[in-house]
Design a protein around this ligand. Structure first.
Ligand SMILES: [Ca+2]
Length: 547
């Protein structure tokens, strides 16, 4: 039984979200600077504003109405300036200049000791944060067993225990890296084959705690390990989801594997349950976690999510949900799940709409122009809330998702797009060959991905402007600092750009971070070549220019 099976997926995804700016800005004004300060960054790090605030639900007045910034003071019509609000506005206007690296390494199924040992290398490669697999009590060596929680009052699994996790958090922090945790709060482990009750952890695990209490007490995050964390009253009805267009079923019934599988017991949102979950999340924050990936967020109601992610839990952390949807605006799947998630939370989300556009654009016979401006035509999430990717851990490892894996060359070209474009927080996947493909094993340190990360980090905050596009190729610039060219077809393309009216620097070397190839604009109609099936990410070589 795999934990994330979703049989509702049609062949393509697409869909817009235009909700994002308001909470994004609101959070910035509510406490972004304070957040940066409390996240324990080393003094050598630039100030990072991640739009994580102490209370994202308290909108500054001016976001509700610009006119409210000037509050009427008396009947003569004079006004009193709200200086706090004015400061917020100034900070908001300055925000793009405070951006720095955001790329997330998904250290999928890595032990916490491995993550700790590689922290300096991960930092040097250009990542900003590391997403680790679920820190909780779980058993079994298969990767999917990490998504079958037995208890979350402690961390103890083949990936490591609380002590390992704490050591990893310290290593990441000392290397200037953020720690994000994959959290599983929709369901508990399917142990129907072992026992008939719904006590978590089961008696066998409780007995183990008791038999080695000194060890387990060292791993304890909160609560009393002599008692159960959860009992039967904490779960929804024991029925399997059968209709993925039925929101009630999807959010209240069990994810099941079919063929009589009992499924994953689905948690309700009663006070006792959400209190335990908030204690868990707070404990992770206390250990140094500053981001949460919400596993199976699609299967949790907005009300349940709101009860868990209260303002105190939400404060100071980046949160993104896994809401796998099968289409965009006008489509049932998008409108039933992803749109409500974005409308009812201030979380970010996996940008499945953009992944759909990537798959359509890079498909044989597909037209890359779908990637010209996918936000404007509803094929990407708003940048501030988008976690972008070319592959998720489910795609190689869950048979039902393997159809979404891109051709290897296309995946690399898609990475060039994701890391070359403006906006979104890229998530890069690296495993230990759990799928057997050998394709993503240690992908985190691929030289081409490292080069693209460098381009991404060097061009943060720079505007994106389309220079040319056709079914086979795309070319856009990033401010005056970079140019991205992607040619997915089997022959080289020569692209002529009019350099007269654009901001690219003339008589200046731009060097491709992948191949070292150079361009140097010296005429209005300048021709740039992109070889077959390749990407170029030319970065202005500021060491040799004085423009
Ligand atoms: Ca549920």
């Amino acid at each position: 039984m795999r934990s994330l099976i979703d049989s509702s997926l049609p062949a393509s995804f697409f869909g817009p979200n235009m909700h994002a700016d308001e909470p994004h800005q609101a959070r910035l004004c509510e406490g972004a600077l304070a957040t940066a300060a409390i996240q324990g960054r080393s003094p050598s790090q630039p100030l990072i504003v991640e739009y994580d605030c102490s209370n994202a639900h308290q909108r500054p007045a001016f976001l509700n109405s610009a006119s409210s910034m000037l509050a009427p003071a008396n009947r003569s019509g004079s006004v009193a300036v709200n200086y706090k609000t004015l400061l917020c506005l100034v900070l908001m206007l300055c925000a793009p200049r405070l951006l720095t690296a955001q790329a997330i390494l998904h250290a999928f199924n890595w032990t916490y000791a491995e993550v700790a040992a590689k922290a300096p290398e991960i930092k040097a490669l250009g990542y900003a944060s590391v997403l680790v697999s679920p820190p909780l009590k779980s058993e079994g060596s298969a990767w999917w067993a990490r998504y079958q929680p037995q208890d979350y009052r402690l961390i103890d699994s083949p990936l490591g225990n609380t002590e390992d996790f704490r050591a990893m958090a310290a290593q990441l922090s000392s290397n200037g890296l953020q720690l994000y945790a994959d959290i599983v709060v929709n369901h508990m482990a399917n142990e129907a084959g072992q026992r008939p009750d719904l006590n978590y952890p089961g008696q066998r695990v409780l007995d183990r705690y008791a038999s080695n209490s000194a060890y387990y007490e060292r791993q304890r995050l909160f609560g009393d390990l002599r008692e159960n964390l959860l009992t039967a009253a904490d779960f929804h009805e024991a029925r399997c989801i059968s209709d993925y267009n039925n929101v009630f079923q999807v959010q209240n019934w069990r994810l099941c594997g079919g063929a009589g599988d009992a499924g994953l017991p689905d948690l309700n949102d009663h006070n006792r349950v959400v209190a335990q979950q908030r204690a868990y999340l707070q404990a992770l924050k206390d250990l140094g976690v500053s981001g949460f990936r919400i596993d199976a967020a699609k299967h949790m109601s907005p009300k349940q999510l709101a009860r868990i992610f209260t303002p105190d839990i939400r404060a100071g952390v980046f949160v993104f949900g896994e809401v796998i949807t099968g289409a965009g605006v006008g489509d049932t799947g998008y409108s039933l799940y992803l749109a409500p998630y974005l409308a009812n939370t201030d979380h970010s989300a996996y940008d499945f709409p953009l992944h759909s556009a990537l798959r359509r654009g890079f498909a044989f016979g597909g037209d890359l122009r779908v990637l010209n401006d996918p936000l404007s035509n509803g094929q990407a999430l708003q940048s501030a809330r988008a976690v972008t990717f070319t592959v998720t851990h489910d795609m190689p490892n869950n048979a039902i998702f393997r159809g979404q894996i891109l051709d290897p060359v296309d995946e690399t070209l898609a990475y060039a797009y994701v890391l070359g474009r403006q906006g979104g927080r890229p998530l890069l996947y690296s495993d230990h060959n759990e799928s057997g493909d050998r394709r993503w094993q240690d992908a985190y340190k691929r030289p081409d991905l490292r080069a693209m990360l460098h381009f991404h980090n060097q061009t943060l905050g720079e505007d994106q402007y389309q220079l040319a596009s056709a079914p086979c190729f795309l070319m856009f610039r990033r401010g005056a600092k970079g140019v991205v060219g992607i040619n997915k077809c089997g022959s080289a393309v020569d692209i002529e750009i009019n350099a007269n009216f654009d901001k690219l620097s003339w008589y200046t070397t731009y060097r491709d971070v992948l191949s070292g190839a150079q361009i140097r604009i010296d005429r209005r109609d300048y021709r740039i070549t992109i070889p077959a099936r390749s990407a170029r990410l030319w970065l202005r070589d500021d060491r040799k220019t004085a423009d």
